[in-house]
Design a protein. Structure first.
Length: 193
């Protein structure tokens, strides 16, 4: 009898709960609708998003953070690990000898390995069909042309390393979100300079 009463109470409690309807086809905000002051309009997108949904950005100007491996490569990778293992499926071809806005890359110092904020026109690479419908695997994720921005980004690891070399420097997150080095007095230092 107790088991039946307990089961009835459970059914009544579950039946009285209201579920919130979350449509499964709800779309994420449009990354191309973001407007930045003073910069040309572009789709602000992450590298994984660009890899997964390249067809949505084909022919559009994108702004994305990518990793440059150095050594005069003509590839930008989705991340440092992808560059380390030379994962071409997550690589984007760019003209290493082309223009970036007003400057010619050939006249600039050699690009150093690291992360870069890149703004350019994205072109998805079409699969290569050979013979009787045989489709070769995708060689690279896409191509970036008409590059207007190629700016090196300092990583948190680089900032921490520089801070560690400065006496009295400690890392802190401004408002909990943005990493910044903080200079403070050294422990036991009573003199004010």
């Amino acid at each position: 009898m107790n088991k039946n009463l307990l089961l009835i109470c459970f059914v009544v409690i579950v039946a009285s709960c209201k579920a919130v309807d979350h449509p499964s086809d709800a779309k994420a905000p449009d990354p191309c609708a973001i407007k930045t002051n003073g910069a040309p309009s572009s789709c602000e997108v992450s590298a994984p998003h660009l890899l997964a949904s390249g067809q949505d950005f084909d022919g559009k100007t994108v702004s994305v953070t990518l990793y440059y491996p150095g050594y005069n490569a003509s590839l930008l990778f989705s991340g440092g690990e992808s560059a380390d293992i030379h994962d071409l499926s997550s690589a984007f071809v760019f003209d290493r000898h082309g223009q970036v806005g007003e400057r010619n890359l050939d006249d600039s110092p050699e690009l150093s390995p690291g992360y870069y904020r890149v703004r350019g026109r994205f072109q998805q690479v079409k699969p290569l069909t050979v013979g009787e419908g045989v489709v070769m695997p995708l060689v690279v994720a896409g191509r970036l042309t008409e590059i207007t921005q190629l700016d090196k980004i300092r990583t948190v690891r680089e900032i921490r390393g520089e801070c560690a070399d400065i006496p009295g420097c400690k890392m802190n997150y401004l408002h909990g979100f943005y990493p910044i080095p903080m200079l403070g007095q050294r422990q036991g230092s009573g003199d004010a300079r």
